[in-house]
Structure formats: structure tokens, C-alpha cells
Design a protein around this ligand. Structure first.
Ligand SMILES: *Cc1c(COP(=O)(O)O)cnc(C)c1O
Length: 468
């Protein structure tokens, strides 16, 4: 086995794996100017620790890169970035990314409410979803002076539903149509038709996308603003995005020939980040924006189109690398395996704070964070405390053989889809997210308590709730 992903690199080896402020000083990992033992002693473990300056910087970089690369000098077109809030949602995080110039993409009543309550301007908010509720549509269309910036239509029947809610509220809803371009998600291959068989979007190949766009554009209650495509997630290969972008521009041409203009085109999210030392270095945010700009301009030249406003929806690549999870080491077990032994190192969290290894076989890196060690390294599996053998945090790692209870482990790149996908399995309380900067920390999300959990138990906490 290639062992390069087993050894955990320090921030100085692979800066792309760590938040900006992560460094080791006198053998101790620190983040936001705070040594990790101090963080764990003060705020507890497990804990997600988010580097606030890193989040702000990434958000600014997305906003600036898109604005720069798509600036055409005529006040037309332009570029922007919407933060896909499902990756990590907190009101303060929304304030940071919107102050940095990003919009916000939401996909549920909860996300939409949180974004608006956080103060995101409705004009910079989008709504996605393959099964939007009437309550979601009402909130989206009713927000602010003229509703949110865009509702992304994901099925033929939605045209009627959005139009009905807009009529009821006496408003015109701004809509986009989500298209499946046939570019295979999450990979290097373009499988031209293979990816029609999934729940999102409307097929370009079968002509459904065009029918729905024509329908939407014909409704007086709707303002059709353009088309959208999201091809997948954790994609390293920029050519997948540029291929999808040019297919989308070809569709824009078809719509123009049918008399419909698309002032806006959204190319979705999905830009990869680094999870382990074995990963290649992903394209930088500027590389992404520049590649998209080149592809869009080429396609516009080829199809004789003006460059529309181009937006993207990066979630993981905005927040993923900003956060590390800190765990305290508990039980250590030596388990014989073929030709040796494996050290099972149990930590105080697990699949409830990071489901991605169990869900997708996702790989993470880990480092001994509270000290360094000259001991030989051992083959280690870092596991959680849940009642499942699949409760694995790190499948294979090399950690110093003198690892002991009380040590602190740091797992980088847990900012996206960590807290967002956390659960209360085994009635574990979900960890809080602590923002750190300049030697100080404050909660973005409080850690849950057992009484929070019992507060939902009807026998233990009787409440008068309206029956539904
Ligand atoms: C999940 C999602 C995103 C964000 O994806 P990342 O991989 O986190 O960048 C963007 N747009 C849509 C429609 C999504 O569903």
C-alpha cells in the first residue's frame, strides 16, 4: 500500500490540508493562535475548530476571482459566487461569507430561514431542492422587496407550483432551470448519457430541459433568468467543469434561437479540496475561476453569444479546509492482523460527528496534535465510540506507537459536511463549532448537552405542542 497518505503531514508539509493559521509550535499544534490542548481544556472535545480568517479569506477569494475573471468592462455579464450553505450552516458563517462578497445558496426551509435571519440580502440568496415545499416557496418569493435572487426549478411540475405561489403573493418569482448536462459527476470521465438516471435536474439530452425552460419563460408570474448545472462534488478535474460549461452555453444558444434569453448561468459547485497527504493538490480558487472564464468565453464566441453573468456555488471549497476536528484519545487496543497487529485507537466522537467515512468511504488525515514523539510509528485505525464496527474515523494511519489515552488527535478538512451531516446516534451530543482567530475563540454553534436531547423526549419533557 502506498503509505504516503498514512503519515500525517504537518501544516508545514501540506499547507493545503490545514487551515491558514495552523502551525506547530514547540511540538504543539495551534490554530487561530490557540494551542489545541488549551482549546480542548477550555471548550471540551470532540470539537470542530474553524479558522475564521481562513473562511473570510476563502470567501473573499471566490468573490474576487469570479468578479475579476468575468469582468468584461461593459457593466454586463460579470461573475459571482454563492456559498452552498448546506456544507456548513451558521448565522455567523453566513455573515462572514456575505460580508466577503458571496451570495448564499439554500436548499430547505431551515437553511433559507437561517440565511435570511443572519442578514443575507434576499437579492443574494438562492433556493434549490428537488422537492420544495410550499412553505419554502412562500418564504423565498415573499422575502424582501422582490423575493430571493433565484429559485432553481428542478422538475416540470414545479413551474406551476412556483407560479401559483407567486400569484398568491402578488409577485414575480425569479427562476432558473437546473439542467443535467450529461457530464459524469465526481469523476474524470465524461459519460455522455450515463448520468441521466438520478433525481436532480432536467435532461438536456431528452429535451425536457428545453420544454421546462420554455414553459417557465412563458409564465407572467415568473421571470426566467437563466440555466443552472451542478455536476457533482469533490471533483479535481477542471475539464469536467469546462465541458459542462460549454454544453450549458450551447443550450443557452438553443434557447436564444427559441426567443428566450439567459442573462444568468450558474455552473454549480463541486470543487475539490485536500483530505489526505496522498491527494493531489486541487486547483486553486483562481485557477477554477480562470478555467471557467476561458471555457465560457470560448463557448460564447463559438455560439455567438454575449457572455452572461456567471455564478458558481462552492460549498466544500469555501468551508472544508477552514476547520479541524479535535478528539481526545481513550481506549487503545492491540488487535492481531495478518503478519502483525493493528492499533485500534478510540476517540470520544466518531460517525456521529463525521459520517463521511462510513457513508462514502471518505479518507481523512490525522495527526497527534498535543505533542510530537520520537517513537516508531504504528499502523493505526482511529475509531469512534459508537455501536458499529463501521464507526471509523481514519481507516489507516501511522501514528507514534507511544500514543496514549489523553492525547489529542487533530483531523483536518472537516469543515464541510462534518457538522452539517452530524447525528445523535447512540444519543451522543453533537460537538460545537468554535471559531478561532488571533488567540481567541467563540462559539458559532454551541455543543449539544444531554438535556438538549432529553428536551425532545416527550415522556421526560411534556410540552403542549399544536397537533399537526
Ligand atoms: C451540494 C451542492 C453544491 C455545493 O457542492 P460542493 O461540492 O460543496 O461545492 C452546489 N450546488 C448545488 C446545487 C448542490 O447541490
Amino acid at each position: 500500500m502506498n503509505s504516503s497518505h498514512l503519515t500525517c503531514p504537518d501544516p508545514s508539509d501540506r499547507p493545503d490540508l490545514w487551515p491558514w493559521s495552523a502551525r506547530r509550535r514547540n511540538g504543539v499544534l495551534e490554530i487561530g493562535g490557540l494551542p489545541v490542548p488549551q482549546i480542548v481544556e477550555t471548550w471540551g472535545s470532540p470539537i470542530y475548530v474553524l479558522d475564521e480568517d481562513d473562511l473570510r479569506g476563502r470567501a473573499q477569494t471566490w468573490a474576487t476571482a469570479m468578479a475579476e475573471e468575468f469582468w468584461d468592462g461593459y457593466g454586463m455579464g460579470g461573475g459571482s459566487a454563492y456559498y452552498a450553505a448546506k456544507a456548513f450552516m451558521s448565522a455567523r458563517a453566513i455573515q462572514i461569507v456575505t460580508e466577503a462578497g458571496m451570495g448564499v445558496d439554500t436548499a430547505s426551509l431551515g437553511e433559507l430561514t437561517c440565511a435570511l435571519e443572519a442578514g443575507a440580502g434576499p437579492n443574494t440568496v438562492g433556493l434549490h431542492g428537488n422537492n420544495k415545499s410550499d412553505a419554502e416557496l412562500r418564504m423565498a418569493i415573499g422575502a424582501g422587496e422582490r423575493g430571493i435572487a433565484r429559485i432553481v426549478i428542478d422538475s416540470p411540475a414545479e413551474v406551476d407550483r412556483i407560479a401559483a405561489v407567486a400569484r398568491e403573493l402578488g409577485r414575480r418569482a425569479r427562476v432558473m432551470v437546473r439542467v443535467t448536462t450529461g457530464v459524469h459527476a465526481g469523476g474524470h470521465d465524461f459519460i455522455a448519457t450515463a448520468h441521466e438516471d438520478q433525481k436532480f435536474g432536467l435532461s438536456l439530452a431528452t429535451g425536457v430541459a428545453k420544454k421546462v425552460a420554455l414553459d417557465a419563460a412563458s409564465r407572467p408570474e415568473l421571470e426566467f433568468i437563466g440555466v443552472h448545472s451542478h455536476i457533482g462534488s469533490q471533483i479535481f478535474d477542471l475539464s469536467a467543469f469546462t465541458e459542462s460549461a460549454s454544453r450549458l452555453m450551447k443550450f443557452v444558444r438553443e434557447l436564444k434561437d427559441a426567443g428566450i434569453s439567459c442573462p444568468e448561468v450558474d455552473l454549480g459547485g463541486g470543487y475539490a479540496i485536500t483530505y489526505t497527504a496522498a491527494d493531489e493538490v486541487p486547483p486553486t480558487q483562481k485557477d477554477v475561476a480562470r478555467s471557467l472564464a476561458c471555457a465560457v468565453r470560448d463557448a460564447c464566441a463559438q455560439f455567438d453569444l454575449e457572455v452572461p453573468h456567471i455564478s458558481i456555488e462552492p460549498g466544500r471549497s469555501t468551508v472544508g479546509p477552514t476547520t479541524i476536528t479535535l478528539y481526545r484519545v481513550g481506549t487503545i487496543k492491540h488487535v492481531p492482523i495478518d503478519g502483525g497487529e493493528r492499533l485500534y485507537v478510540s476517540v470520544d466522537g466518531g460517525m456521529s460527528d463525521n459520517i463521511r467515512p462510513a457513508l462514502y468511504g471518505a479518507r481523512y488525515a490525522v495527526t497527534l496534535a498535543n505533542r510530537t514523539s520520537d517513537a516508531d510509528s504504528s499502523l493505526v485505525r482511529v475509531v469512534g465510540k459508537h455501536c458499529e464496527s463501521g464507526d471509523i474515523v481514519i481507516m489507516d494511519a501511522h501514528l507514534p506507537s507511544d500514543i496514549r489515552p489523553g492525547d489529542i488527535l487533530a483531523v483536518p478538512a472537516t469543515g464541510a459536511y462534518g457538522h452539517a451531516m452530524s447525528s445523535n446516534y447512540n444519543m451522543l451530543t453533537r460537538p460545537g463549532t468554535l471559531a478561532v482567530s488571533g488567540g481567541e475563540g467563540h462559539w458559532l454553534i454551541y455543543p449539544e448537552t444531554v438535556s438538549d436531547l432529553l428536551g425532545r423526549d416527550a415522556a421526560l419533557t411534556p410540552k403542549e405542542l399544536p397537533s399537526t
